[in-house]
Design a protein around this ligand. Structure first.
Ligand SMILES: Nc1ncnc2c1ncn2[C@@H]1O[C@H](COP(=O)(O)OP(=O)(O)O)[C@@H](O)[C@H]1O
Length: 190
């Protein structure tokens, strides 16, 4: 599947704004792939499909979570978190994308997780820093993305946790797992 085939598959599933976001995430992710030596092909497909399930009806996503191998604890957290895991399942079922590395990057693009691969981190970071985003502290993250991918993924997980604490919302544990794992890799300790 090439870039234009992938884009034409996802476009009908997204709003115009979300499709434009997807194209920017793909371009950002490809730049990171060049900087950090990751497969352009995998990065392209994972980033183009990252929001594939974003607009599925909630009852359909709930059904997929209930009836598949996906973790049931997702249902106890905000439904905004469901589209990554459900998307990783649907790109396989509906488009035969079986590459586990690509499915993993789609799965964890919102929350991160422990032991993220380079591909996981690239999509996780690209979704956060793409040029359409604008929030406090973003320039610091964008600067770091040119220097150190691990440190950038750490900043994204740290900022997300801080933001959610500030909003007084519950936090799906995968983001803590990402933060803890990246902290140990960067700074050592237990
Ligand atoms: N671990 C988490 N627990 C709860 N909410 C989270 C977690 N990680 C991210 N979020 C929130 O989920 C929402 C959806 O994130 P995302 O998929 O990046 O959507 P968008 O691309 O629309 O910003 C954001 O508001 C984000 O802050």
């Amino acid at each position: 599947m090439n870039r234009s085939e992938a884009l034409s598959i996802v476009e009908p599933h997204l709003t115009k704004e979300r499709f434009e976001h997807t194209v920017r995430v793909a371009d950002t992710a490809l730049t990171l792939a060049g900087l950090y030596g990751e497969s352009q092909k995998k990065v392209e497909i994972a980033s183009i499909f990252h929001d594939y399930a974003k607009y599925r009806p909630l009852d359909e996503m709930e059904r997929w979570i209930t009836t598949s191998y996906l973790p049931k604890d997702l249902l106890s957290y905000h439904h905004e978190l469901w589209h990554g895991p459900v998307g990783s399942l649907l790109i396989d079922q509906e488009h035969g994308i079986k590459d586990e590395e690509i499915k993993s990057a789609v799965y964890c693009h919102t929350t991160g997780k422990a032991n993220m691969s380079k591909l996981d981190m690239i999509v996780f970071v690209a979704d956060y820093i793409e040029p359409g985003r604008d929030f406090p502290g973003l320039n610091e993250v964008r600067d770091m993305a040119e220097k150190d991918l691990l440190k950038t993924a750490w900043m994204v997980s740290r900022n997300t946790i801080n933001y959610l604490i500030h909003k007084q919302t519950s936090i799906y544990p995968d983001t803590f797992h990402a933060y803890n794992d990246l902290t140990k890799q960067l700074y050592g300790g237990n």
